[in-house]
Design a protein around this ligand. Structure first.
Ligand code: PMP
Length: 399
C-alpha cells in the first residue's frame, strides 16, 4: 500500500529549526521560529501562567471529564469580550458566540469548513504574502479558487494599498477575505484606521465576507484594545463575520492549542443555528477540545488582578520586541544602512527586504537562521547577539 507514497515537501520553518539545533557553531542565532524568546534567547512561561498552573495543580475539584463539544463556556465568553470589548453591540445584543478551537489554526480550519460546506462559499482571498497555512487549510478543504490579494509593496517596503483595494473591487460577491487583524505575518505592516475604513466600504458594497485572523492581539501596539480596533470597527459597521482568535502568542501557550472561532451575526436568532452546525464540524474534526490552556486563559481573563498581571507580562514581551527593533536599526545605521522599516513594522516579525541569496548567505555562512522570504522573528534577537547579527546583515548587503 505504501510503496508509492512520495516524500512531502518539508515545512520551511520547522526544517530551519531542526538545522539550527544541529548547528554546533557558538554564534548561531534562530530568527525563524514564530515564538517569543527572552533576552537570554530562552522560551518564556509567563509568570501569570505559572501562578495559575500552580493553583490548578492544587485544586482537587478539577477532573479530566470531557468539556462540552463547543468548549468551556466562561473561556469562550472571555475570548469574545477580549476581542470585541464588553460594550460591543454584538455582545450586548447577543449576536456573537465562539467555538473553542485548537489554536488559531483550528479556528481557521472550522471557520473555512463552515463557510465552504455550510454556506457554499468557494472563493477565498489571502494576502500576498501571508502565513503559509492559510493556503494550506483552504486547499485541503477544497476551495476551488484561492486568490492572493496585493498587500506588500516590495520596492517601497510598505502596504500596497491601491493594489489591495483593486483586488477587493474585482472580487466576486460571497468571496471570503482573510484579513490579519494586527501585526501582519510576515510583513509587520498593517493598514491605518483610515485605510481600514476604505477597505470596509468596498467589502460592504461588494458583499465580501471578512474573516479576521487574530493571532497577535497585544503584540502590535502593546495595547489590547488598540490591536482589536479593525475587528471592532467592522462589527460597528454591521458586518456578519468570523474571527479566528489564538492565545498561542499573547499567553505563550503555543503547545496547549488555545483558540476560538468567533462568529458575529446580524441577528441573535441565527446564533444557536450556527453553533449547532459548528458542533457537528467539531465533532467530526477533533470531537472535543483540550482543557489545560483554556482553563488558564479563562482564569486569568475572568479575574481582575490576574488580568492586570497578564497585561504586564504582555507589555514585557511587546516592549522587548520594540527595543530589539530600535537596537537593530541603530546598529545598522552605524554600519551605513537606513532600515526605517524595521522600526515601522509591528509585532513579532520583520520583513527585512533581504533577498534569497542574502538569506542563504546568513544561514549558510553566518549560522543565522531566517526564512528565505527575509522574514525574521525579532524575538530571536538579543542584546548579546545583536552586534553579530547586524555585522552579518551588513556583510550580506555589501558582499
Ligand atoms: N495566524 C497567523 C497569522 C499566525 O502567525 C499563526 C501562528 N503562527 C496562527 C494563525 C495560528 O496560531 P496557532 O494555531 O499556533 O494558535
Amino acid at each position: 500500500w505504501f510503496n508509492n507514497v512520495d516524500l512531502a515537501p518539508a515545512i520551511e520553518v520547522f526544517q530551519l529549526t531542526a538545522r539550527y539545533r544541529e548547528d554546533t557553531d557558538p554564534h548561531k542565532v534562530n530568527l525563524g521560529v514564530g515564538a517569543y524568546r527572552t533576552d537570554e534567547g530562552q522560551p518564556w512561561v509567563l509568570p501569570v501562567v505559572r501562578n495559575v498552573e500552580a493553583m490548578k495543580a492544587a485544586d482537587q475539584t478539577l477532573n479530566h471529564e470531557y468539556l462540552p463539544i463547543v468548549g468551556k463556556p466562561d473561556y469562550r465568553k472571555a475570548g469574545v469580550e477580549l476581542l470585541l470589548g464588553k460594550a460591543s453591540p454584538a455582545v450586548t445584543q447577543n449576536r456573537v458566540d465562539a467555538i473553542q478551537a485548537l489554536g488559531g489554526t483550528g479556528a481557521l480550519r472550522i471557520g473555512f469548513d463552515f463557510l465552504k460546506n455550510r454556506l457554499g462559499m468557494d472563493v477565498i482571498y489571502i494576502s500576498k504574502p501571508t502565513w503559509g497555512n492559510h493556503r494550506g487549510i483552504a486547499k485541503s478543504l477544497g476551495y476551488s479558487k484561492i486568490v492572493e490579494y496585493h498587500y506588500w509593496n516590495e520596492e517601497k517596503m510598505c502596504l500596497n494599498f491601491d493594489g489591495f483595494k483593486a483586488d477587493l473591487e474585482s472580487a466576486p460577491p460571497k468571496s471570503v477575505i482573510v484579513l490579519h487583524a494586527c501585526a501582519h505575518n510576515p510583513t509587520g505592516v498593517d493598514p491605518t484606521h483610515e485605510q481600514w475604513e476604505q477597505l470596509a466600504e468596498i467589502m460592504k458594497r461588494k458583499q465580501l465576507f471578512p474573516l479576521f485572523d487574530c493571532a497577535y492581539q497585544g503584540f502590535a501596539t502593546g495595547d489590547l484594545d488598540n490591536d482589536a480596533w479593525p475587528v471592532r470597527r467592522f462589527v460597528e459597521l454591521g458586518f456578519e463575520m468570523f474571527a479566528a482568535q489564538s492565545f498561542s502568542k499573547n499567553f505563550g501557550l503555543y503547545n496547549e492549542r488555545v483558540g476560538n472561532l468567533i462568529f458575529i451575526s446580524s441577528s441573535s436568532s441565527s446564533i444557536p443555528m450556527i453553533r449547532s452546525q459548528m458542533e457537528i464540524i467539531v465533532r467530526t474534526t477533533w470531537s472535543n477540545p483540550p482543557s489545560h490552556g483554556c482553563h488558564i486563559v479563562a482564569t486569568v481573563l475572568n479575574n481582575p488582578s490576574l488580568r492586570d498581571e497578564w497585561e504586564t507580562n504582555l507589555k514585557t514581551m511587546a516592549n522587548r520586541i520594540l527595543q530589539m527593533r530600535q537596537l537593530l536599526f541603530d546598529k545598522l545605521k552605524v554600519l551605513g544602512h537606513r532600515w526605517q522599516h524595521v522600526i515601522d513594522q509591528k509585532g513579532m516579525f520583520s520583513y527585512t527586504g533581504l533577498n534569497k541569496q542574502q538569506c542563504d548567505f546568513l544561514v549558510n555562512r553566518k549560522h543565522i537562521y531566517l526564512l528565505g522570504s527575509g522574514r525574521v522573528n525579532m524575538c530571536g534577537l538579543t542584546t548579546k547577539n545583536m552586534d553579530y547579527v547586524a555585522q552579518a546583515i551588513h556583510e550580506a548587503l555589501t558582499t
